[in-house]
Design a binder for this molecule. Structure first.
Ligand code: ADP
Length: 234
């Protein structure tokens, strides 16, 4: 569709732009962080280090700089272009790895149900990219679950594609927000928690694999994320 075309063009130009921007921001950011650390050491050696106003000011510098660092890291992910797409990707193994990485977020709070294809699903692609996509999507599902809830992970093969679904019973997304999910910097998370880059990066990664990424959601009921990838890979 027209919207997808615009999205893909935006993503392509963003990739070129972000490599440069990330590099340019990184330099002054290193000065800020270096200066901050020096100032911290200096203040700790004076009687000023207990001053509550000063502590507050130092705290806001740190929060701001940390946020900028997080954004630069996110931007950098767009620009890793010379990647190989013929690695053997065992989708179930990559999903399990992603879940292991998220153990702390999920803990006893979120139940995981796996309905995996009986046979392993192995495609040719980029392991790092797919890992990032699964982490982003499962992490979002977990974030949408305020208290306790459930995430269902389905995988199957259908005709010439594999389908991976991540279904959560979390807060869901309003009809108005739904088309925005993959727009760079769109986030509903509180300050410092989200960058709004996760799904736009994921969208780009899945596109590079000639796949699709789609969302269905009902506010207060939950969200279903569907990834399709060509199978077998050419
Ligand atoms: P971030 O996680 O940094 O906010 P993302 O691009 O990963 O950035 O997600 C963008 C937004 O999409 C989130 O802030 C959230 O509002 C919404 N979202 C994504 N996944 C879900 C989900 N499973 N349930 C509810 N909202 C979601």
């Amino acid at each position: 569709t027209q919207a997808q075309l615009i999205q893909s063009e935006k993503m392509a130009s963003l990739g070129i732009l972000t490599a440069g921007v990330a590099h340019e921001i990184n330099n002054p950011l290193n000065f800020i962080m270096g200066g901050y650390r020096g100032l911290e050491i200096y203040l700790n050696n004076t009687e000023l280090h207990t001053d509550p106003d000063l502590k507050k000011l130092m705290g806001s510098i740190k929060i701001g700089a940390d946020r900028a660092i997080k954004i630069v890291k996110g931007l950098n992910q767009f620009s890793r272009s010379k990647e190989s797409f013929d690695e053997k990707c065992d989708l179930h193994a990559i999903l399990e790895n992603s879940l292991t990485l998220l153990t702390n977020e999920l803990k006893d709070r979120v139940e995981i149900e796996r309905n995996f294809n009986e046979q392993p699903l192995i495609i040719l692609g980029n392991i790092g990219n797919l890992h990032q996509v699964f982490i982003n999507i499962i992490h979002n599902a977990s974030d949408a679950i305020a208290d306790t809830g459930k995430i269902i992970l389905n995988t199957r093969q259908e005709a010439d594609q594999v389908i991976i679904e991540c279904i959560d019973n979390g807060d869901g997304v309003s009809e108005e927000d739904l088309p925005q999910l993959t727009v760079p910097f769109f986030t509903t998370k509180e300050q410092g928690k989200g960058t709004g880059l996760g799904l736009s990066i994921s969208y780009g990664f899945i596109q590079k694999h000639n796949g699709t990424l789609a969302f269905e959601s009902k506010l207060h009921e939950g969200t279903k994320v569907t990834i399709t990838l060509p199978y077998p890979s050419k």
